[in-house]
Design a binder for this molecule. Structure first.
Ligand code: PLP
Length: 264
């Protein structure tokens, strides 16, 4: 399996990162997960823009040329690993200073860039066919959930708690007002009994999902009523439908069952 680390392609077993890397000691890094369908990573531009924003918000410096080169890197990885359907994983951490310190390292420490691809069933996902069962758990993450950081313990614990109860995922809610924020690795939406699509408004409380934005775009095209507002757990229990969106689940056009693939 060929992976990419700091400008070079190599076998996964040869990819080594320092134990001082702040991604390892502080979870100081950001990532993107991009769906691959028919050997092509989709909605690349939006993922690139979100990555740039995450890097900027955390003041992780990666030179523009390296960022602009990433789509070519993942295209090479998809090709070299012969992946038709799956996910591109892309991670940038602040890098490896020589000592552990809370202070950011000086500017000559290079960010660590890792990319790999993995096969995944996005199109014929059995869970998407039968529907998901979810539990709800209090959202105890930090307050900047709009930044796609690699600090994913709440989500990981949530998914494992869900599995222990025979469920597929956990929806994270705000204990102070009972409003649903999002699922562990997806945005959460409901359809009310009146047929309105309700999705939490963008803020620092949730990740600004690329698939969420696309679904809202489709909903507007189809003249559905869309309400971007918070909703409580009770509203979700009472809803006609509830669903999640993420880059690792594909959409089918309900009219002709064609796969909806986002632009190039
Ligand atoms: N919310 C969280 C917490 C996520 O981790 C993800 C995806 O990983 C999403 C939402 C969905 O975002 P996107 O549609 O951009 O994949």
């Amino acid at each position: 399996r060929i992976v990419y680390l700091n400008g070079e392609y190599m076998e996964a077993a040869d990819a080594k990162v320092s134990i001082f890397d702040r991604g390892f000691t502080f979870a100081d890094g950001v990532y993107e997960g991009i769906g691959i369908v028919d050997g092509v990573a989709f909605d690349a531009l939006n993922h690139m823009n979100r990555l740039k924003r995450s890097l900027k918000e955390l003041e992780i410096s990666l030179c523009d040329e390296e960022v602009e080169a990433l789509p070519e890197v993942w295209a090479n990885l998809i090709h070299r690993n012969d992946v038709e359907e799956g996910l591109v994983y892309l991670q940038v951490t602040r890098g490896a200073p020589s000592d552990r310190s809370y202070m950011f390292p000086s500017s000559n420490v290079r960010a660590t860039v890792v990319l790999f691809v993995q096969r995944m069933n996005l199109i014929n996902n059995p869970v998407a066919k039968r529907g998901q069962a979810v539990i709800t758990i209090p959202d105890n993450r930090w307050g900047r959930r709009d930044i796609k950081t690699i600090q994913l313990l709440t989500q990981s614990l949530g998914k494992n708690a869900a599995k222990a109860q025979g469920c597929d995922d956990a929806w994270l809610y705000n204990p102070s007002d009972d409003m649903v924020n999002e699922a562990c690795s997806a945005n959460a939406h409901i359809i009310t009994r009146e047929g309105a699509l309700v999705t939490r408004q963008l803020s620092t409380d949730i990740l600004h999902g690329i698939t969420r934005a696309y679904v809202l775009h489709l909903a507007n095209d189809h003249h559905l009523t869309v309400q971007e507002r918070s909703f409580t757990r009770q509203e979700a229990y009472d809803a006609k439908e509830a669903f999640v969106t993420s880059s690792s689940v594909c959409l089918r056009n309900p009219e002709n069952s064609e796969l909806i693939v986002l632009e190039g």
